[in-house]
Design a binder for this molecule. Structure first.
Ligand code: NAD
Length: 364
């Protein structure tokens, strides 16, 4: 029995996690597993109900879970008023800190069927397969911050400790051993002291992995090379701020924000979530792409439960569905997918139907 907590959160978070759960239920039925699901509050809904973006009740449920499927948090109310002190994203940051989730893994791999949907040329993109390791609990997001000079000067301290760098570096090098044995560590060591420590510690850790090639790269160069030659990367290791920006850039390699899954791991429970936010502009329209949430569920099966075959069956179902020309609107390509636009729920249904079936016949 595996206890899975669903944290739908806000906006399209609710819509896409419903489809992720649907697919996990199909996996349980197909492969004979027992998954016990429960749901808890986070974000705007949690603030409305309790005044707190991550209520204590939610935290204790999470600490007892075997894995967490998270949607997204965020609401226009807060986006339009930066002065509000209690904010949905505090729930997310606190959850990462409390659960010790220090490594965010973001696989960037384009399904061949979506080559045309990317804004990058197919010949540059085909075959790109990158695994990002973004550090999650340090950097400017957690350093001292404040205002001085009568509010006319603001500061956010970029801070990293040796142990924070070591533990994620070990995870990245270990993953690289099972891939193409190449880690690119991204920093800004020509300017920033925290990056100089980052670079020195990563260099030290690399000594334990002689089979893995290590490249150091400045973040500005990395931003350029990701678009220019995405195939030159295997594992990318970077800090919280640079990782935040680079992974959104790299989402263009995968065609859409709606396709990218992520895993946040530490030394206990794993959290699985799409990289996109609550997308107020499309909330309630039934058009959100649920594939990032569904692929996050596949990562959960792979990483937290070591259910490799089950995880692969989800990826196969996604691939087959795309091959048959079915799309949500964000990844639609009118030349090949005309008249095969699916709603969020329909896409979830198709993937669930495809679980355990390797080759299906197109139905229209
Ligand atoms: P966003 O990721 O929500 O949306 C960016 C764009 O991508 C929008 O046009 C949206 O419609 C589109 N998009 C995103 N996911 C999609 C999907 N599954 N299917 C189809 N289209 C999709 O980012 P944003 O607009 O900058 O932020 C909206 C809110 O989300 C804000 O309140 C922000 O704070 C929050 N946010 C939360 C998280 C999180 O919870 N992890 C991450 C990023 C942003």
């Amino acid at each position: 029995m595996k206890k899975i907590t669903i944290l739908p959160g806000d906006g399209i978070g609710k819509e896409v996690t419903a489809e992720g759960r649907k697919v996990l239920e199909k996996i349980a039925a197909t492969f004979g597993h027992q998954f016990e699901f429960n749901e808890a509050l986070i974000g705007h809904d949690a603030i409305l109900a309790t005044g707190n973006a991550l209520p204590d009740k939610t935290l204790s449920i999470l600490k007892n879970a075997d894995a967490i499927l998270f949607g997204a948090v965020g609401h226009p109310h807060y986006d339009n008023d930066p002065s509000l002190k209690v904010r949905p994203e505090q729930g997310l940051l606190k959850m990462r800190k409390e659960l010790g989730l220090y490594a965010n893994l973001r696989p960037i791999k384009l399904f061949d069927e979506l080559l045309e949907a990317s804004s990058i040329k197919p010949e540059i993109l085909k075959g790109a397969d990158i695994l990002f390791f973004r550090e999650l609990t340090g950097d400017v997001y957690f350093g001292e911050r404040g205002r001085k000079d009568n509010d006319n000067t603001a500061f956010d301290v970029m801070i990293y400790s040796r142990y924070e760098i070591e533990r994620i570096a070990h995870k990245a090098f270990t993953a690289a051993k099972n891939r193409k044995c190449h880690v690119t560590s991204v920093d800004k060591a020509n300017v920033l002291e925290s990056s100089r420590l980052w670079r020195a510690v990563v260099q030290e850790v690399s000594q334990d992995y002689p089979e893995v090639k290590l490249t150091h790269m400045f973040v500005d160069t990395a931003a350029m090379k990701l678009i220019q030659s995405p195939r030159s990367f295997d594992v990318v290791l970077t800090g919280n701020l640079f990782g935040d920006i680079l992974t959104d850039e790299a989402s263009q390699i995968a065609g859409s924000m709606g396709m990218l899954a992520s895993a946040s791991i530490g030394d206990s429970v794993g959290l699985y979530e799409p990289i996109h936010g609550s997308a107020h502009d499309i909330t309630g329209k039934g058009i959100a792409n649920p594939l990032a949430s569904i692929l996050s569920a596949a990562l959960m099966l792979d990483i937290s439960f070591n259910m490799k075959e089950e995880a692969q069956s989800i990826i196969d179902a996604v691939s087959q569905t795309l091959k048959e020309g079915f799309r949500t609107i964000d990844i639609a390509n009118n030349k090949t997918a005309k008249d095969k636009i699916l709603s969020t729920e329909e896409m979830g249904d198709r993937i669930a139907q495809g679980i355990g079936i390797r080759e299906t016949t197109p139905t229209n």
